[in-house]
Design a protein around this ligand. Structure first.
Ligand code: ADP
Ligand code: ASP
Ligand code: MG
Length: 402
């Protein structure tokens, strides 16, 4: 039985025709070896951003269905170009859109979840010894509308295909050598991991390490797909994302991340009664506003203060809902701070090492950085800090632990 290899190439890896040629050459070496290769590609370079800018010039609040229709075109260009490049070096290939491989999703435009993939057409192509090239980031809902999976979603397309085909490894080719202890483009001295656990990677990805789409890691964990993050420009192994059992030892902190573009909302004088938090956060959830850090003060005089963070992008959507809540519950005035960042340290080893939090707070204090909110889980510590100090906080914490 030939091995099934799923490879995903990100935007920078297919940013120019020369880079597409290189990708085609790499695929050829696998195909020549007899592997069954399924390739998932992103849109070329900054295409997705450029398409968003175009729409923005026409409408500051474009219909979400039409945005997905628009954005899906980027990936359609790159899959066909890659198939054309492969043909030119004698590798038979067939490209597919999300709808052609029945990448079925829910109907949540711009953030759709994959529900099922029909492998028939991919199998047909592989059976004919062709490379199957699938457009990442896109799917189709029950009504036949084109959907997209959220920014960076091609990683998730690739892992979902790997899970469907039972491939035991999914290679994610990108513009860095692997997963580092911090964004190597922001922190000098960041070190590459040979291996990292799903849980750590999941935290890192959701806390701002853009190297993998967090849902791809979730899927990989659930379906036992090993993710291999590696460079599309070099021929060296990168980072394996694996289950905890496959790791020999745990370091305390395996990564430090920063999430910019965040906003903090504070609502004082919220009546202390059952159901009030459910009312507030239920309304936000219904509008698809993702809430991150939540802090509630202990009640005094029957009131408390609720503070939470949301992405700056969703402020516009959230404000009317919050005002409704304020009015209905006669709370204090909403305070909004759009100049914050969330800095986090992640590590499975935190479970068995004490004092990590204290050490992180001290590193921030020594650099005169005020902590505005704190939240922890078993394997991460996050602090809300002033955005202006984000860069120095990232460096301070990275220097402290790594
Ligand atoms: P692609 O287009 O290949 O999907 P992305 O831009 O989505 O590439 O992801 C790769 C980028 O992720 C890198 O260029 C790097 O700046 C960023 N990054 C952020 N955090 C990390 C990290 N911890 N390790 C590696 N890369 C990171
Ligand atoms: N092209 C999409 C984006 O830029 C999907 C991806 O690159 O994974 O977000
Ligand atoms: Mg990406």
């Amino acid at each position: 039985m030939p091995r099934i290899i799923v490879q995903k190439y990100g935007g920078t890896s297919v940013g120019t025709t020369d880079k597409i040629k290189n990708v085609a050459k790499r695929i050829k070496t696998y195909h020549d070896r007899g592997d069954h290769v399924v390739v998932v590609v992103s849109a070329m370079g900054h295409t997705t951003d450029e398409l968003i800018e175009l729409a923005d010039k026409l409408n500051s609040n474009p219909p979400r269905r039409e945005m997905d229709m628009l954005l899906s075109t980027g990936e359609q260009v790159s899959v066909s170009l890659l198939a054309i490049a492969l043909d030119s070096i004698g590798v038979p290939a067939r490209s597919f859109t999300g709808s052609q491989v029945k990448m079925m999703t829910d109907g949540n435009f711009s953030n759709a979840k994959i529900e099922m993939i029909d492998r028939t057409r991919i199998d047909e192509a592989l059976g004919e010894n062709k490379v199957a090239i699938v457009a990442g980031f896109q799917g189709i809902d029950k009504e036949g509308n084109i959907t997209t999976l959220g920014r960076g979603g091609s990683d998730t397309s690739a892992v979902a295909i790997a899970a469907t085909l039972g491939a035991n490894e999914c290679e994610i080719y990108t513009d860095v050598d692997g997963v580092f202890t911090a964004d190597p483009n922001k922190v000098n001295g960041a070190k590459m991991h040979e291996r990292i656990t799903y849980d750590e990677m999941l935290e890192l990805a959701s806390l701002g390490a853009g190297v993998l789409h967090s849902r791809s890691v979730e899927l990989a964990k659930n379906y036992d797909v090993v993710i291999h993050v590696r460079s599309s420009f070099k021929d060296i192994p990168g980072t394996l994302v694996v289950s905890e059992e496959k790791l020999m030892e745990h370091i305390r902190v395996s990564g430090v991340t920063i999430k910019n573009e965040e906003a903090r909302v504070t609502i004082p004088d919220v009546p202390d009664k059952p159901g009030i938090a459910a009312e507030l956060f239920g309304a936000l959830a219904k509008a698809d506003v993702i809430v991150d850090v939540i802090v509630q003060s202990s009640p005094s005089n029957g009131k408390n203060t609720i503070s939470f963070t949301i992405s700056r992008k969703s402020v516009k959507e959230a404000l009317p809902l919050l005002e409704k809540f304020v009015e209905a519950n006669k709370t204090g005035k909403i305070e909004l701070n759009e100049k914050i960042a969330i800095i986090s340290a992640v590590g499975v080893g935190m479970k068995s090492h004490v004092g990590v939090a204290a050490q992180m707070f001290k590193a921030l204090a020594d650099n005169n950085i005020n902590i505005e909110m704190i939240t922890t889980s078993e394997i991460k510590i996050s602090c809300v800090i002033p955005e202006a100090q984000g860069k120095s906080a990232l460096k301070a914490i990275h220097d402290e632990f790594i």
